[in-house]
Design a protein around this ligand. Structure first.
Ligand code: NAD
Ligand code: ZN
Ligand code: ZN
Length: 348
């Protein structure tokens, strides 16, 4: 079968012929119906080096996957061949306290996980291939009616990651409150939809690109602001000077962290999701009183069920452009150039 593999750090992925995977005991092979292209893949190709994460290439890219059950390993019950499914992406040990509540994303027993802190497409072979080997049936989540695999794939990361970040801040997203979304790309545009679908807070979206701000409007943003000089004043002005109750930074670079700290309200949340490599000085007078600052990584398996439900009911619909496996590198080039709208999904 064909697979888009990252051969080394700082290298261009290539399409190669590899053996089709066979499921061992407890494992499931999925026929891939969609594999989303995430900006994290660009960080893997362009920036990461040995030691940055506890695993190394080569592996097949694609950590945002959905498809159809193709083959079941010994002992796997409850799934049927041909059934449409999403794949929960972070693959933990399954035994530790975090994994027991479905939060494999925060597995505390990396030695017991198939690969520490990763999964398919992040250290192990992912879904940018005809077939994907999933090492435990618990990661395979049946799709609710109304969702096909290509539409469901981005929900497993571009949906699940902002959903987790929004959900943990729900108590601060009352109707009088404001959320700011910085970076309206793959994750951010779904983040705007999730805020609108699950809260009554006002949503302000920020990006450097005009097309991204247009997409934010289509997704329901109440106000759009061009990133850069003047953005903080505009947001402060739009919130009666108080600032935003929740800021979600889907970029994570120096200027966006600075903007987030400048607009977050007292007792607000500043949540950093983007891996932009920026830093934010935190000291007594540098951020508002009781502002909480956190990073989040992906989301939990129960939250994936909730995101798929939002997708199936049409409340959250990622804007996708599909590409064949042979065109996958075009998708990444467009992501790099900023000419991609929403999410690219590779359909092998
Ligand atoms: P993307 O390329 O689709 O979108 C990024 C968006 O940010 C683009 O619209 C771009 O125009 C905008 N942007 C860039 N610089 C900006 C600035 N200075 N101000 C405002 N907007 C700016 O990327 P994506 O796939 O949505 O991923 C976003 C980030 O989130 C990446 O760093 C990715 O690695 C990270 N990520 C984190 C997690 C996690 O679990 N924490 C999960 C998935 C992705
Ligand atoms: Zn990702
Ligand atoms: Zn674990």
């Amino acid at each position: 079968m064909r697979a888009l593999r990252l051969p080394n750090w700082k290298s261009e992925p290539e399409i190669v012929e590899v053996d089709q995977p066979e499921p061992g005991p407890g494992e499931v092979v999925i026929k891939v119906g969609g594999a989303g292209a995430c900006h994290s893949d660009l960080h893997l190709m362009d920036e990461f080096e040995a030691g940055a994460v506890p695993w190394n290439p080569p592996f097949t890219l694609g950590h945002e996957n959905a498809g159809w059950v193709h083959a079941l390993g010994a002992g796997v019950t409850g799934l049927e061949i041909g059934q449409p499914v999403a794949v929960y992406g972070p693959w933990g040990c399954g035994i530790c306290a975090r994994c027991r509540v479905g939060a494999d994303n925060y597995c505390e027993n990396p030695a017991g996980a198939p690969v520490p802190g990763g999964g398919g497409g992040l250290g192990l072979d992912g879904g940018m291939a005809d077939y994907l080997l999933v090492p435990a049936a618990r990661h395979v989540v049946p799709l609710p009616d109304g969702l096909d695999p290509a539409a469901a794939a981005p929900l497993t990361d571009a949906g699940l990651t902002p959903y987790h970040a929004v959900r943990r801040s729900w108590p601060k997203l009352a109707p009088e409150n404001t959320a700011v979304v910085i970076g309206v790309g793959g994750l951010g545009h779904v983040g705007v939809q999730i805020l609108k679908a699950t809260t009554a807070a006002r949503v302000i979206a920020v990006d450097t690109r005009e097309e991204a701000l247009k997409l934010a409007e289509e997704c329901g943003a109440d106000l759009t602001v061009r990133s850069g000089e003047g953005a903080a004043d505009e947001i402060r002005g739009a919130t009666g000077g108080r600032g935003a109750d929740v800021v979600l930074d889907f970029v994570g670079a120096d200027p966006t962290l600075k903007l987030g700290a400048a607009v977050v309200r007292t007792v607000g949340d500043l949540t950093v999701v983007g891996l932009g490599g920026g830093t934010l000085p935190v000291s007594f007078f540098a951020v508002p009183y009781e502002a909480s600052i956190q990073t989040t990584y992906w989301g939990s398996r129960p939250e994936l069920g909730e995101v798929l439900e939002l997708g199936a009911r049409g409340l959250v619909r990622p804007k996708i452009t599909t590409f064949g496996l042979d065109q996958a590198m075009d998708a990444y080039r467009r992501m790099r150039d900023g000419t991609l709208e929403g999410r690219a999904v590779i359909v092998p």
